[in-house]
Write a protein that binds this ligand. Sequence first.
Ligand code: EPZ
Length: 416
Amino acid sequence: MERYLVRGAGKLSGILPVHGAKNAALPILAASLLCDGCELHNCPRLSDVDAACHILNHLGCSTRWQNETLLIGAGDSRDCSIPDHLMREMRSSIVFLGAMLAKYRQAKLTFPGGCELGPRPIDLHLSSLRKMGVCFEQQGDALYCSVPKELHGASIDLPFPSVGATENIMLAASLAKGDTVIRNAAREPEISDLAGFLNAAGGCVHMEKDGTVRIHGVEKLQHCTYSVIPDRIVGITYLCCAAITGGRITICNTEPNHMRAVFPIFEEMGCRLSIGSHEVSLQAPERLKAARSITTMPYPGFPTDALAPIMALSMVARGTSIFTENIFQNRYKQAWELCRMGAEIRTEGRIAVVRGVEHLHPASVICTDLRGGAALVIAALVTEGVTTIGEIRHIERGYENLPAVLNQAGACITVE
Ligand code: EPZ
């Protein structure tokens, strides 16, 4: 199994371009099932995107890369099911459910198991789709979905602004009969990107300021060309690599407005930020100060996916930080591996307390999830010696060529 060998190598500096957003590309790839083909620019080359392409291929669509553009050819498979091995390849494959119901009015898939972040229920997906005329029958771990009468619009109030549930409702509603209103919908930028793609293909989706999404079902969607937004979590991760090493980097091809909830934390830790239209520069202090309290919330609050990268910074900051995770149960799974590097982290349920130490030491560690793996890389940049990081498949789900990108800025990472 491949591993990263990370040698602490001093301050990072340079200009790092940010690639397309994994969490925007995945629902858009599901939506591409409904179009007459599409060209997707700025699509990230990640293992999760490969998994989504495998599902599209299984459903009869062709997929072909042309540099950073993914060309998707319309297809029509009579097999409206996602085999278990493809569901297991990527837990968020559940986002294909709404698209399959819109296209086939039926679907068969297996329940998405839990993942590294804890159980991943889909009760909000199912209860919302039921209101649109979908019936579900569970047989073992298989879920049989059908539309006995018609797929129709509905008025849906989400008790929690679930990203996945919002996406599945939007996808099903795009070709349903009539209008759908989603109140308390997720407001992540990736949701707006899905709406942008659907509208580019001839759909009719309106995002309102108060988190309401209105969709008018149309007859069919056309071929379209679209460009995926930059990945805000990848951008934040790169900034963390500069912050922990006392360096100075500029991230470009990015959307600063998508990251604003994290900027005050960088500034509280002593970093100086310069924010442009599509770039952000960060100048780190010699040693970071601890940010007192970090609490994750749905967008536009502090993103849960940024918790682990920021936790890596707090491990060597002067002072103590208290983290409160409000989105996922197992967000602290990586803490034990970080402690093997000398971090002082105590967790209790949704709370983690991190007391900053002067130095971390090299260790042999393994990734337990995508963003936890990124935190291991960030921490390893300031250890004296070589840290070995295993199970890097987690990192490769969401970061394109991370070692090469960071080495350009002065890191010393080899893959073996
Ligand atoms: C999406 O996950 C992202 N994944 C996650 O990114 C991200 O952390 C999360 O949104 C929050 O922003 C993708 O977009 C592929 P949710 P998702 O539905 O859709 C509970 C990464 O690192 N819930 O908003 O699964 C759920 O258990 C990944 O890139 C229900 O209880 O997020 C969780 O505790 C990690 N019932 C919380 O809501 C449901 O029916 C948030 O889930 C649905 C969700």
